[in-house]
Write a protein that binds this ligand. Sequence first.
Ligand code: ADP
Ligand code: FRU
Length: 321
Amino acid sequence: MKGKKILCVGLVCVDVVQVCPAFPLEDTDQRCIEQHWQRGGNASNNCTVLSRLDAECEFFGTISGGLFCGYVTNDFETHNILVDNCVYHDGCDFPLSIVIINSENGSRTIIHSNKNLPELTVEDFKKLDLSCYSWLHFEGRNIQQVKLMMEYAISWRIQHKGQFKISVEIEKARSEQQILATAADVVFVGKDYACFKGYTSMKDTIKKVKPITKPGAMIISAWGESGATGFSDEEDFVFTPANIQQKTVDTLGAGDTFCAAVIFSLNEGYSLKDSVWFGCQIAGAKVGIPGYTFLKQVSDKYVKELLLRSKAEKDEKNHSP
Ligand code: ADP
Ligand code: FRU
């Protein structure tokens, strides 16, 4: 939908990233190979990727004033990510993650702290003008309030004949996350959550989550190097293998990249099959580079390929007897 934005609701934090030659041994003192800060948090990362794909997007969350506030808001601005509706809280500690990247295999180990920043409330959400958006994506956190936001969005959509889609990512290993799956048109289920629930594969995850989703919902399960599988009534199961790189450099935010790329593609009107394919290409390309700075350079060819794939599929359909 031209002129409408993709809204991502959730966390922004600062990631202090230390790249180590190998995963550190406990109680040792050593130097890292590289160190930098980057803006992090699932919804904030989703927006970074969407902006690299040239989608108009907005981050909606709480932001604490003080030390890191300027850094984070400048960075949002540099990426053309709107933050006009964020709720600011002075005198709180900024959520912070210490991230260890193991340069041997690109694994990321995250130690997160969020001491006292208040979460968004449904009352904050009700102040948004929902007619501005083509897509609302919710990070699976702050469960009770996010559930209310999703329910409010659904009733707004019915009342105003709205066209936006609603998605959610259930990722963290906490059982209460599941109730969010009941209110979304598109449900992303992360590997960490699936493993925590004892699901054995992507198909198993989709089958187990399906009974609680609303009729007609799409369900997508991403599973690291195994790739991703989606399901919809229309397209049934669709699978894409991971886009394995010569060297896996940085897997921080791979799942956030995948979700953002799939949302981008669905929002452009591509099929679930093509969108899951696109998500895997972009997330794969991302793990082959450090951070997100060069994501546009490595993703442009997949944007072009997405268009060609979809055209070829339509032509094939039109020519089949
Ligand atoms: P999370 O960051 O939530 O743990 P995953 O590890 O499940 O996310 O990865 C999400 C998607 O990113 C996968 O479906 C895959 O397409 C891609 N991906 C993750 N790790 C790799 C990897 N090592 N090589 C290529 N693609 C990867
Ligand atoms: C990656 C990420 C990091 C952040 C952490 C919060 O998915 O969003 O940027 O530090 O998760 O849980």
